[in-house]
Write a protein that binds this ligand. Structure first.
Ligand SMILES: C[S@@+](CC[C@H](N)C(=O)[O-])C[C@H]1O[C@@H](n2cnc3c(N)ncnc32)[C@H](O)[C@@H]1O
Length: 213
């Protein structure tokens, strides 16, 4: 998906993916990221409340989001005044106490930008990307994470022939392919919800994986 597509959605307020509260699976399984303080990478983060939840748990959060207005909205909505730093490759870092959000394309974010990270929380991020990009995306993230990192991954699976993504359907075998070499456990699942699926009458599953790299 091109960045322009997401810029348009944020501009028009078409952000049905934004839950506005802590994700149920994260609330249930945050312990799988390891005891705080971990430094948790949250790629394609939007302005998710999950980052405030992780910070409140005592973790440090590094989010990556291409749409700078979403980054600004996160800090504004939490009454935080971030400091702003220009990095190279067109990336800008917004930081407050426990949360740093990198405004830029995830593929432009380097280890130098992100710093040391030993946990990954991915909700509606892997599934936001088309199939040909997902392999490159996970390889890139794995290059940023320290060995032994813990991952909490929330994916959607449904009949892709019934409706186009995003979000795209990502099934368990695909998750296992991306994270080959890690210990992948399907932790939890529930019915897929969301306006897009409800309107199209599509049933699917939301799955939560714990992965140890
Ligand atoms: C489906 S939303 C999920 C947001 C968030 N994870 C959540 O649960 O609310 C995907 C987000 O990824 C951002 N995005 C898409 N492609 C990106 C890229 N290449 N680099 C950084 N952010 C990207 C979009 O702007 C959008 O905010």
């Amino acid at each position: 998906m091109e960045i322009d597509f997401w810029a348009q959605r944020w501009k028009e307020g078409r952000i049905g993916f934004h839950e506005g509260r802590t994700n149920t699976f994260l609330a249930r399984h945050a312990g799988r990221l390891g005891p705080p303080p971990r430094r948790v990478l949250v790629p394609l983060c939007g302005k998710t409340e999950d980052m405030a939840f992780l910070a409140a748990q005592g973790h440090d959060v590094v989010g990556i989001e291409a749409i700078e207005d979403a980054v600004k909205a996160f800090f504004r909505e939490h009454d935080l005044e971030p400091s702003v730093r220009e990095l190279d490759r067109g990336v800008r870092a917004y930081s407050s106490e426990r949360v740093t959000l990198l405004a830029g394309n995830v593929f432009d974010c380097t280890r130098e930008h992100v710093g040391a990270v030993d946990a990954l929380y991915d909700r509606a991020a892997l599934v936001a990307l088309p199939a040909d990009t997902r392999t490159r995306y996970v390889a890139h993230l794995r290059g940023l994470l320290a060995p032994g990192s813990k991952v909490l991954l929330v994916t959607f699976d449904y009949d892709q022939s019934k409706v186009n993504g995003p979000p795209f359907a990502v099934d368990e075998p695909e998750v296992r392919r991306h994270y080959a070499g890690g210990r992948v456990t399907l932790l939890d699942q529930g019915p897929l919800d969301g306006p897009k699926f409800r309107e199209a009458g599509i049933r699917g599953t939301e799955q939560c994986f714990s992965i140890e790299l």
